[in-house]
Write a protein that binds this ligand. Sequence first.
Ligand code: IMP
Ligand code: MG
Length: 186
Amino acid sequence: MTQNLIVPGEFSNPNLEVLLSAATIEQRVREMGAQITRDYAGHHPSLVCVLKGAATFMSDLMRAIDLNLTVDYIAVSSYGKGTTSSGEVKIQKDLDGPLEGRDLILVEDILDTGLTLSFLLKTFRNRGAASIRIATLLNKPERRRVPVEADYIGFDVPDKFVVGYGLDYDERYRNLPFIGVLKATA
Ligand code: IMP
Ligand code: MG
């Protein structure tokens, strides 16, 4: 159980408010894994993790899926140091394997403006993926700038900047076992 890995109070931070507890996330990820297991029965999908934010979700989700699958990792950047998108997406580290004819499941931490995933969808379609679905832990529907819908959504969240369970603010807070909201600092 992830919440037992840390000393209580270690992550106490007056600027954080818990939005989704470790137990709530664990339960939902297990449900998503079961759904994917049912939907892909008889298939061998490739889970593609969008680094770094989705790494935590990926490692829990893949263990909740009872299928003969493969995994790969891609790193993209669309964000600078702040909390707003520059709108530009670049591949920083590409996939290791080819994806022609593969059934891909893109694993994302959060679907926000949609710029990252619409770029990846286009890129992977051009490379000949047989099918592509999106599994995102979090979805911020209010923030969408391009029309992208996820096939598997853990939680819809309000338009607030969230951290933890892989998600960062300026590379910090990724190690929190829960998801919290950064309170505005005056
Ligand atoms: P999109 O391209 O705007 O959909 O952005 C997706 C990426 O932006 C995610 O993979 C995150 O890395 C980052 N992001 C968007 N919203 C948040 C947030 O609230 N907290 C942390 N990272 C975020
Ligand atoms: Mg990310």
